[in-house]
Design a binder for this molecule. Structure first.
Ligand SMILES: [Zn+2]
Length: 342
């Protein structure tokens, strides 16, 4: 089969479009003919290499996969050949206490397709049967592939971790990112007031189209001052963080008393400080969040299938153009998802 493979970590130039053997199936595995695979910032981290994470090489990246079932293992019961599927990205052991409690993103073996396991930047991908979810029929393969990781992650952050309440005020950083565009929609679905940030007028206009009530141009305005202005000096109840060092101080300073900051990433750096006096006297909560559960994925998919949440696709490229797609994602010019058509 054709696939995007890298055999060493590095820049986009390590990605090769080449011929590799089709994956072998275990008894409870499914072979999926990939039709579209959306990229994430995770793909850039995986390609570049992460300290302390051993990614088996050679490796096929790509976590967000839509396609059709091509083959099934001997014990597979829930899906059949020819069926359209959207894959949950998370792979876990299915046997530990966390998995049995439905918290598979806390499983010690938890990873994603395309992370430790070979992913969907290929004509075929192997996945466990439990990762196959009902296809949202109204969506194209490219739109469907734009859903899983970002909507599941944003849902787990806002609902699972920050316990967002209807009517609260939410600051969404980086509206142009996949998780940012998902977070705006989820917060609006819960009737919240959304303040979104981005680095261009064009992105701010798109954030408003997605439902953002107020927007902040983060190159021209100081985020904490703009938030103060929009909230009558109160601050927001929830800050949706994934930017890291560049925005951390503003994020903390933008919280109202009792506010919650939830973070799933640090694209600009891992170093952050916090003034403990500020933390305790204002009764703030700092919450870490990692991916999401299959149950949350199922919830998100129902809302996507009924049109209440919509995937945002910026650009569609061919599988062979994966390198150009990585370079584009690295440039930060996108609004929403970059998707490879397979
Ligand atoms: Zn487990």
């Amino acid at each position: 089969m054709k696939a995007i493979v890298f055999d060493r970590h590095g820049g986009p130039e390590v990605l090769k479009y080449t011929e590799v053997p089709e994956p072998q199936l275990g008894a409870r595995d499914v072979l999926v003919r990939v039709r579209a695979c959306a990229l994430n910032h995770l793909d850039l981290w995986v390609r570049g290499g992460l300290p302390g994470v051993a990614i088996p090489l050679p490796h096929i990246p790509g976590s967000d996969i839509s396609g059709e079932v091509a083959k099934v293992g001997a014990e597979v019961k829930r899906v059949s050949v020819g069926q359209k599927v959207l894959l949950a990205p998370g792979v876990s052991c299915g046997r530990c206490a966390a998995c049995l409690a439905g918290e598979d993103n806390k499983c010690p073996e938890f990873s994603n397709l395309g992370y430790i396991h070979d992913g969907g930047c290929a004509e075929f991908v192997r996945c466990p049967e439990v990762n196959c979810f009902a296809y949202p029929e109204k969506l194209s393969f490219e739109e469907a592939a734009a859903v899983p990781l970002v909507f599941q992650t944003a849902w787990h952050m806002l609902i699972g971790r920050a316990e967002l309440q209807p009517g609260e005020e939410v600051l969404v950083l980086g509206a142009g990112s996949g998780v940012g565009s998902a977070a705006i929609q989820i917060a609006k679905f819960f009737g919240c007031r959304v303040i979104a940030t981005a680095g261009s007028e064009e992105k701010l206009a798109k954030a408003k189209e997605l439902g953002a009530d107020e927007t902040i141009h983060h190159h021209r305005e100081k985020i904490r001052e703009a938030v103060r202005k929009f909230t009558g000096k109160r601050g927001v109840d929830v800050v949706f963080e994934h930017v890291g060092t560049a925005t951390w101080d503003d994020s903390v300073a933008s919280l109202a008393r009792g506010g919650r900051l939830v973070t799933c990433g640090a694209t600009t750096g891992f170093d952050a400080k916090i003034d403990l006096r500020f933390l305790f006297s204002r009764q703030l909560s700092i919450l870490g969040s990692y991916m999401g559960t299959k149950d949350e994925f199922a919830t998100v998919l129902k809302l996507v299938a009924s049109g209440k949440l919509k995937p945002v696709v910026d650009k569609i490229l061919a599988l062979a153009e994966c390198r150009a797609a990585h370079e584009y994602l690295e440039s930060g010019a996108q609004f929403g998802k970059v998707v490879l058509k397979v």
